[in-house]
Design a protein. Structure first.
Length: 113
C-alpha cells in the first residue's frame, strides 16, 4: 500500500509476516528512508556477489521508530526478526531514467524496486 504523505512525499507500508522472512536484495536510483513501525528487523547492504557488507538492527522501540537512510544504488535487503514486522519506506516519486524528483507517480514500477 502507498499513500501520499504531503507535497511530493509518499509512504509505502509493508508487513513481513514471519520472523526470518526477507525482502530480497534490491536497489533504487534514489535515496529513501525506511522506518520500523512495529517489530524488529535487520537491514543489510549487500556486495555485488550477494554477501553482506553491513548489517544494522532497527526496532520500534528506537528513537524515531528505528529509521535508516538507504542511499541510492545500494543493494539492500530487509529481514524480519519478529513476526508481523511493519515498515514504511518514505520517498519522493522519481523519473525512471534520471532519478530526479517529479511531481507525481508516472507508472514506472522498476524505479521503485
Amino acid at each position: 500500500m502507498e499513500w501520499h504523505g504531503g507535497g511530493n512525499i509518499y509512504i509505502r507500508a509493508g508487513v513481513i509476516k514471519k520472523r526470518g522472512q526477507k525482502i530480497k536484495g534490491h536497489k533504487h536510483n534514489f535515496d529513501h528512508v525506511t522506518i520500523v513501525r512495529r517489530g524488529r528487523m535487520a537491514i543489510r547492504s549487500l556486495k555485488d556477489d550477494g554477501t553482506v557488507e553491513r548489517e544494522v538492527i532497527k526496532d520500534d522501540k528506537s528513537l524515531n521508530y528505528g529509521h535508516i537512510l538507504i542511499k541510492a544504488g545500494v543493494c539492500h535487503e530487509l529481514e524480519a526478526l519478529e513476526d508481523d514486522t511493519v515498515y514504511w519506506c518514505i520517498y519522493a516519486h522519481r523519473d525512471p531514467i534520471t532519478g530526479e524528483v517529479i511531481p507525481t507517480y508516472e507508472g514506472w514500477m522498476e524505479a521503485y524496486g
